[in-house]
Design a protein around this ligand. Structure first.
Ligand SMILES: CC(C)(COP(=O)(O)OP(=O)(O)OC[C@H]1O[C@@H](n2cnc3c(N)ncnc32)[C@H](O)[C@@H]1OP(=O)(O)O)[C@@H](O)C(=O)NCCC(=O)NCCS
Length: 194
């Protein structure tokens, strides 16, 4: 793997892959507090909810159980906890999830890191490893990602992971969130284009 070592989706060790500085592993029921803490930082949630934290009940009763079920529904895909390989600290998560439209040859890249982990190239490192994993191990045809147009750090990570700008579009969110009037952007990379 470009930025790391392929370990394998081994249920026993729960590790999907490792890069120079990151370990991506399956989430477990014990990660509620990690996720609650991550989503409690208004800066982390700025372009996701306008800064509002995710309520603990939503993570414990809905978000996390759903995420755990996805590992079996879509083997090899999902949302993976990111740990600092050196100290084992929880840093956030990366995802390579089944695409919304159900196309099995596509997957959706995403990431959310604790503020203390920002600015060190970690999102790029994890994303590059997942892109390579997606094409070379899962055999995907296309990897796509979306973010709010104003989320420049996220757009930069997509570019540095090799994805290219596709389009700007507008979503009617169920409740208004800061910045939504600026629209969303889609980035994508085809295996054939790499
Ligand atoms: C987006 C996020 C994952 C980036 O993590 P990170 O580890 O700091 O990212 P990296 O260090 O790999 O790369 C960030 C790049 O964006 C650039 N960047 C950061 N903030 C920026 C800003 N406000 N404007 C323009 N570029 C910015 C950095 O300079 C860097 O690019 P460079 O290497 O060319 O200098 C992190 O900020 C985060 O978790 N944000 C909250 C959750 C979120 O918004 N997730 C994405 C939702 S789709």
């Amino acid at each position: 793997v470009v930025a790391g070592v392929w370990v394998g989706d081994d249920r026993a060790v729960q590790t999907l892959l490792e890069t120079e500085r990151l370990r991506l592993r399956r989430f477990t029921e014990d990660d509620v507090d990690n996720l609650v803490e991550l989503d409690s930082d208004p800066e982390v949630m700025r372009y996701l909810t306008g800064g509002r934290p995710t309520p603990v009940e939503r993570i414990r009763d809905r978000g996390l159980p759903l995420l755990l079920r996805e590992y079996d529904r879509h083997p090899g895909r999902g949302v993976w906890a990111a740990e600092d390989r050196a100290g084992g600290d929880f840093l956030g998560w990366f995802e390579l999830s089944a695409a919304d439209g159900g196309d099995p040859t596509e997957a959706e890249l995403g990431y959310r890191l604790r503020r203390s982990a920002w600015g060190r190239g970690l999102a790029t490192e994890g994303s590059r490893a997942l892109v390579r994993y997606g094409f070379e191990v899962l055999g995907l045809r296309r990897i796509r990602a979306e973010t709010m147009a104003v989320n420049l750090a996220s757009r930069r990570v997509m570019e540095k992971a090799g994805l290219r700008y596709v389009r700007t579009f507008h979503v009617d969110w169920p409740d208004p969130i800061a910045g939504s009037e600026y629209g969303e952007v889609e980035y994508a990379l085809l295996r054939a284009e790499r």
